[in-house]
Design a protein around this ligand. Structure first.
Ligand code: MN
Length: 244
């Protein structure tokens, strides 16, 4: 759990990505059995999704070429990459040409996760298999991420949805290619177009406002959210419980 590699790869005078706070100013590692999670859609040399779990005071990260899936029949390759600072979670924007990871970054999903089982998240990571439950804006339910043994450089894991109420056979990630932060598409982010909806500060805040013309699938999601907003106290309590 260290950020040296993250810092070494970047030139903070040139990239809008966050520079980690000095060690002594960083948030204490959470003792909660879970934390926040973030997924970014990153149109770099190759399009991929960056899947990040808050563990031990950093964002433990995997690059997932095809992105996560809600279909339990699908196993997604996930390359374990360097830890990122917690501040990176909300990052959305453009990394300039010539810099590490140059390209547009979309905040694709965010929420909280709860570790499944008694074993702390750090120990599950070390053994190469971590089970967790997501409560996010696009993803929900149980997942496992497991290291593949005896393959390549040893950084190859698989991200798999477990069968539960959150499972959606045939789920297609391309039906959900918009930012949970700004409502923008990847192209709109790349072109620095303005946000289409109000930014929200926390995963438990149901006060978001949708002002864009979206595809039907996204509109029905907005309608669902509006229904949820009718019981904001319940939604908030659920988010907090899940975090603990
Ligand atoms: Mn990336």
């Amino acid at each position: 759990m260290a950020l040296e590699e993250y810092v070494r790869k970047r030139s903070f005078a040139q990239t809008p990505e966050p520079k980690p706070a000095p060690t002594e100013q960083r948030a204490r590692p959470s003792k909660l059995h879970g934390g926040r999670y973030f997924i970014q859609r990153h149109d770099a040399t190759r399009l991929h999704y960056d899947f990040r779990l808050e563990i031990g005071g950093v964002l433990v990260s995997w690059a997932v070429p095809k992105g996560p899936s809600l279909d339990p029949a699908v196993k997604r390759m996930a390359a374990h990459v360097e830890d990122h600072p917690l501040d990176y979670g909300d990052f959305e924007g453009n990394i300039p040409e010539g810099n590490y990871g140059a390209g547009s970054v979309m905040l694709w999903d965010r929420g909280v996760f709860e570790v499944i089982g008694e074993m702390p998240a750090e120990d599950q990571l070390k053994r190469g298999e971590i089970k967790f439950r997501l409560l996010g804006e696009k993803l929900s339910g149980e997942f496992v991420i497991v290291r593949m043994k005896g393959r390549g450089k040893g950084n190859e894991w698989l991200l798999i949805k477990k069968k539960d109420d959150g499972a959606v056979p045939g789920w297609d990630i391309e039906d959900h290619a918009w930012s949970v932060s700004s409502g923008r598409t990847q192209q709109e982010i790349a072109q620095n177009m303005p946000a289409k909806k109000a930014r929200r500060k926390t995963a438990g805040d149901t006060s978001r406002t949708w002002i864009s013309s979206r595809p039907a699938a996204a509109r029905s999601k907005a309608a669902t959210t509006a229904k949820t907003a009718a019981a904001p106290r319940k939604a908030k309590k659920k988010a907090l419980t899940s975090k603990g």
